[in-house]
Design a protein around this ligand. Structure first.
Ligand code: SF4
Length: 525
């Protein structure tokens, strides 16, 4: 407004912009240099080097000039998530809320500060500008651009367009991706079925091998980062199965690329995610394929994608629904509930029960399921968990922790589901102190799971999370298949593409973890 007269000094005018998780320019250069061995063509090498510069420029962005020092981010990070990455320093006009310099603390990128900040001072580092530029100049870059949608986004994005929480927008999302310029629309629920299939197989190996309990889910990058930095002794308890997002990208750049006869490096995969931590996940070396390509190229949060649509005059509330693309178009209901806390566990148990039943009937069960055989047992009959919800009991005194004892084909398992990192810390500490014992745990960093993720529409509160979760369970009930092992598309992929090749399954569907180094933050301006 050109207001020049004020009796107050502009105490925030020259405040910095912090990039949380950013690498040093020298480290980025070293990574860019290493790319030369995989990308001999100069144009492609330049493209991939620019990509690394964005991926490693940080995951969250804190614009201190907007901050009003209300302390809500500090509170949620310290008291709810127990990460304690922010601090408020100074007094009076000198007060400043900032990322901490303490070596023992680091951000896990869950983005709970983002959804709690009342003035939008903290955001995921934006990828939308690059994605928009790529969509507008596909020919120049010679790329096919794929959009893929996470399970929970379908029940939250409508809120950005004035619709009530819990409105299911799957068809509208597919149509919007094409309208804004993507070449194909994929649903990450399809690859969530692959995650379930491999996770259930891993659970059975875990039980057979008598490995230390509990086995713990690993599809939440916020939780994995928390384990790698704050609880490294639990790294060996994480399942090696990749997250649905990464599996989806890996399958698009291998299976789908083969079907379409396109070079994997000419495919760009853009994820629409409820999550700011996914921006970190895609940048990890462990999620590069053997040809040097990242499984996923860019991540837009739910809010970023809604912004991109609005900017291009696309109203999701008015768009005509369409189908997701083949051959990765069909998923089970078990995959849709991945978006809510408890969903991953429930899906894995449905399929683990089937595998255990099968194991009793057939010594060659494993070769058969990896070969995609449909006739290896009647999954509808053998899976009692197939058509009903698993009942979890809330554990008194620990909100966000639910437990159950399940019997799978005669095998008794004590399982628990945790959401929110404060709850995870309590439970892991109890396990360390031998005060709690579980066989299998699901841990998600955000309250309520991904429906409460750091990239979701604001406001996100418990009433809104409940509506989003209810909508996901409703979709599960309405879909005709309820288990990953009943997904014909998945069986076809195992049969035709993997053909029992364990090495290929390992490369595309599994990964390994390591002790987390502190990334801290860098000043961007
Ligand atoms: Fe991301 Fe979901 Fe984990 Fe939150 S719970 S950090 S949204 S994967």
């Amino acid at each position: 407004y050109g207001l020049n007269l004020t009796s107050f000094q502009d105490r925030k005018g020259k405040s910095p912009l912090w990039r949380i998780g950013a690498l040093d320019p020298g480290a980025i250069k070293a990574k860019q240099k290493k790319l030369a061995k995989n990308f001999p063509r100069a144009k492609e090498l330049r493209f991939r080097q620019e990509q690394i510069a964005l991926m490693d420029s940080g995951y969250l962005e804190f614009d201190a000039s907007k901050c009003i020092d209300c302390g809500i981010c500090t509170d949620v990070c310290k008291n709810k998530q127990t990460v304690d990455f922010y601090e408020t320093v100074g007094k009076g006009f000198e007060t400043q809320t900032k990322p901490t310099d303490e070596e023992a603390k680091d951000c896990v990128n869950c983005g709970q500060c983002v959804v709690h900040c009342p003035v939008g001072a903290i955001q995921g580092v934006p990828h939308w500008q690059r994605v928009e530029e790529l969509l507008k100049s596909k020919k120049k870059h010679g790329k096919i651009i794929i959009g893929q949608i996470a399970p929970s986004v379908r029940v939250s994005i409508g809120e950005e367009f004035g619709l009530p929480a819990g409105q299911v927008m799957t068809g509208q999302l597919a149509a919007s991706l094409r309208q804004v310029g993507f070449d194909a629309a994929f649903d990450v629920t399809v690859s969530a079925d692959f995650t379930t299939y491999e996770e259930a197989r891993e659970l059975i190996h875990w039980l057979n091998a008598g490995k230390p309990r509990p086995m713990i889910t690993s599809c939440c990058p916020g939780w994995v980062r928390f384990a790698e930095f704050y609880f490294p002794e639990f790294i060996s308890h994480l399942t090696s199965t990749r997250s649905p997002e990464i599996i989806s990208g890996a399958l698009v750049k291998s299976y789908w690329a083969k079907i379409k006869k396109v070079k994997p490096e000419d495919i760009i995969v853009v994820s629409v995610m409820p999550c700011t931590a996914k921006k970190q996940e895609i940048s990890l070396e462990r999620h590069r394929l053997s040809n040097g390509l990242p499984a996923v190229d860019y991540v837009l949060t739910t809010r970023e994608y809604a912004y991109l649509l609005k900017k291009n005059n696309i109203n999701l509330a008015k768009i005509k629904p369409a189908n997701m693309d083949n051959p990765l178009a069909v998923s089970s209901g078990a995959a849709v509930i991945y978006g809510a806390s408890g969903g991953v566990m429930e899906s894995a148990l449905r399929t683990a029960e089937y595998f255990l039943q099968l194991k009793k009937q057939d010594n060659h069960w494993q070769e058969k399921i990896l070969g995609g055989e449909k006739q290896c047992g009647d999954y509808k009959k053998v899976s009692a968990l197939n058509n009903k919800r698993l009942e979890f009991k809330a554990v008194r005194g620990l909100g966000g922790l639910k437990e159950a004892t399940v019997k799978l084909a005669g095998v008794k398992l004590k399982v628990a589901v945790v959401n929110g990192l404060g709850n995870a810390r309590k439970l892991l500490t109890a396990i360390q102190n031998k005060k709690a014992h579980y066989d299998y745990l699901e841990i998600m960093a955000c309250p309520g799971g991904c429906i409460g993720g750091g990239g979701q529409p604001v406001p996100t509160n418990s009433a809104i999370r409940a509506k989003r979760a209810a909508a996901l369970y409703d979709v599960d009930q309405k879909l005709s298949i309820h288990s990953a092992h009943a997904n014909e598309g998945l069986l076809k992929t195992y049969g035709e593409f993997f053909q029992g090749d364990e090495k290929m399954i390992e490369e595309l569907l599994h990964c390994h973890y390591q002790i987390g180094e502190r990334r801290g933050y860098k000043v961007a301006k």
